[in-house]
Design a protein around this ligand. Sequence first.
Ligand code: ZN
Length: 502
Amino acid sequence: MSDDPLLAELKERLAEVDDLGGVGGLLSWDQQTCMPPAGAATRAAQRATVHKLAHELFTHDRVGELLEQLAPLEESLPYDSDEAGMLRVTRRAYDKARRVPASLAAEMSHASSEAHEAWVEAREASDFALFRPHLERGLELRQRYIDCFPPAENPYDILLDDYEEGMTAAEATAVFDELKASLVPLIDAVVERADTVDDSFLHGTFPRERQEWLVEEVLQSFGFDRASWRLDTVIHPFALSLGPGDVRITTRFHEDYLPTALFGAMHECGHGLYEAGIDPRLARTGIGHATSLSIHESQSRMWENLVGRSRPFWQRFFPDLARSFPDTFGGMDAEAFYRGVNKVQPSLIRIEADEATYNLHIVLRFELEQDVTAGRLAIADLPEAWNQKMRDYLGIEVPDDAHGVLQDVHWSFGFGYFPTYSLGNVIAGQLWDRIRVDIPDIDERIGRAELADLREWLREHVHRHGAKYTMRELLERVVGTGLDPQPYARSLQAKLADIYGL
Ligand code: ZN
């Protein structure tokens, strides 16, 4: 098939678009990890230019002609073939991208870079007013973006589709309602028994070098490979891949609170493993990337929570932890640590939230995003709306904007991303049920830090396909159903019932 000259021409173009995407990724990685702050204006221009070039190259009339001429070939190919996948995904992306003028795409990219810098400053100063004009500008650009598409039942669906193809706000709401129905009473029951679990030892003095050593031990067991990975320090952790053999992950260290760096690094490593597991044959073809953010998040949440917060994992790693911080953990055992890192308590910061309340942080953001997009809530009123929902859902008072509405980086890039986090939890639960069947001694393996079989299972069933299948197709292939919150809710229920003696 691949000797078709039209297909070869399309592949060449897609390879160049991917290359520009990689360059854009590198500029963004550099901006977040090591660029001096004064470089921000130049960087915003550079990113916008690269973005515009990629957009123009991809949305060129010639791509449309090639797709049209290749339609008969596409139909003749097996659905599962790489070429059919490439044509399918390219066609859909092309139809979307063609609707958006290059000037608007560049403006959005430029505004995001500026908004990111403003967010860093605003968060440091805990001053929403510094970020507000950028959010208003971002919203206005998103409204123009939404207007490029046929009207949706809910305008938010158009934004959500960029992160989770085909998902609608109504579907996500249904999943979240089901999640809330089981999580809210569970959280209430556990909070009543808060004294059962002590996690005070997580606050203390944890010198950075020793945290770095521990993080490295843990990440190596996960599959971090020095030859093709980097770990750097940032304000808001993220992971990205610049292509086969180049995975960049990040974390942040708090010397007075242990979980931030440790579990944050596990989380980003899960993202990195997904990127690293994509079949290198798919690189530079337009499908050599993750299929959706929910699937991405299912991988990070799985490594962070289902592996990293499991009892067998800490039976294996607690001795390393106690050696690193003998003053804190010298007289403790693995079981106490396991219980502590699974303590459920409403808190202010999403990325440090426990497995159960985490989803309420997401629901709060999802609702605010929809209100703002629909024009029911003014940007100026976001901080108060945020604080009110924190009272309603988690029963806590937000002391300042840095610990409230300014805590996340995402709104500098737009709206529509947050639901994918909780959908990722849900998918991780579904995959984990399947993994338990296929690797029945998974707990014992985790207890020996033998994680190669788990990595291989994920690579075989999820990672290697890149974007060839949609999230729904992937779920259907691997677990045989659509999105189902029950496995996740059940496993959390069982874990907390055991820890809290419910
Ligand atoms: Zn993540």
